[in-house]
Design a protein around this ligand. Structure first.
Ligand code: FE2
Length: 307
């Protein structure tokens, strides 16, 4: 069939081009869909584990349903635990700069306030500013590996409390007050608190990763002042430019990242320009620390409606 010939891609046609030195690669020569040849899927999955975030240009053929179907190549799609999904979809989270909470301009790993947070996030660019609105990812395995041995030993023993009830204003100083309040109301309709090891072992690669980001409420077992200093010491290390890759979006781009191996940050430098991206996440497992202890959710509490 002509259509099949047009969409078929051989492993030979597929090109993986690294974008930065320690994280990120662009995959060329593939039209993403749920029907990809298993050999192609294997190559993409291996590259995904290796490079932590993959970029695909010109995926204009994908619609919301196509993006949801694509996610099944990585596992079971899962909706956000508190933010309503986009109308007419089952799993799509729309981040719209003109809407509520559409600017993720602080460093985080998606949904770490629950124990089994998503293993993969798939982001599709719909509307892109003429300039600005790039996203940056940091490789949390490279960050762990580049710590001095003494700090590795310290981090290895630490645990942190992650919550969706974190200090939004402190983490997003550029955001408008009304936007922050709306974001907080929607985002915390159910309150979660989860304890994660600061260093977790990747279930597929065996690599050790620093697990931090803006959902961290405190480092456990130390004073609040010590917690703030330890968090900043390790978090600042994660986001050193050497550990990062920055992507200049075009409409039709798709980024797929290993959410167990990265943090990301959407740069809020585009003012009133419109930016719309849509995300589908893939269910993940419960992280495991280097001593074999697993993360645990301590609180899951529904709040009264804020309206
Ligand atoms: Fe995110």
């Amino acid at each position: 069939m002509a259509v099949q010939q047009e969409t078929a891609v051989s492993v030979q046609e597929l090109k993986i081009v690294p974008v930065a030195g320690l994280i990120g690669a662009e995959v060329r020569g593939v039209k993403l869909s749920a029907d990809l040849d298993p050999a192609i899927v294997r190559v993409i999955r291996d590259a995904w584990l290796n490079y932590k975030v993959l970029f695909f240009r010109e995926q204009h053929h994908l619609d919301d349903a196509g993006q949801e179907a694509l996610a099944t190549l990585f596992g079971s799609p899962v909706a956000h635990p508190t933010v309503p999904i986009k109308d007419g979809t089952t799993y799509v989270l729309e981040l719209n700069s003109a809407g509520h909470g559409g600017r993720a301009d602080s460093w985080h790993t998606d949904v770490t306030f629950v124990d089994a947070y998503p293993q993969a996030s798939i982001l599709r660019a719909i509307v892109v500013p003429a300039a600005g609105g790039d996203t940056v990812w940091a490789n949390t395995a490279a960050a762990y590996e580049s710590l001095p041995a003494e700090l590795k030993e310290l981090a290895d023993r630490l645990w942190a409390l992650h919550s969706n009830d974190y200090d939004y204003a402190a983490k997003r100083p550029k955001a408008a007050e009304g936007e922050l309040q709306r974001q907080r109301d929607v985002f915390t309709s159910t309150l979660y608190e989860t304890e994660h090891p600061v260093v977790h072992v990747h279930p597929e690669t065996g690599e050790r990763h620093l697990l931090l980001g803006h959902f961290v409420k405190k480092i456990l077992g130390v004073t609040s002042s010590q917690s703030a200093q330890l968090f900043s010491l390790l978090q600042e290390h994660v986001i050193r430019l050497e550990h990062t890759v920055r992507w200049r979006w075009q409409p039709g781009d798709v980024a797929i990242w290993d959410n167990r191996a990265t943090q990301h940050y959407a740069i809020n430098d585009y003012g009133d320009q419109h930016r719309v991206v849509r995300r589908v996440t893939v269910d993940g497992g419960v992280p495991v620390g280097i001593d074999g202890r697993r993360s645990v959710t301590r609180k899951k509490q529904k709040k009264q409606s804020a309206d």
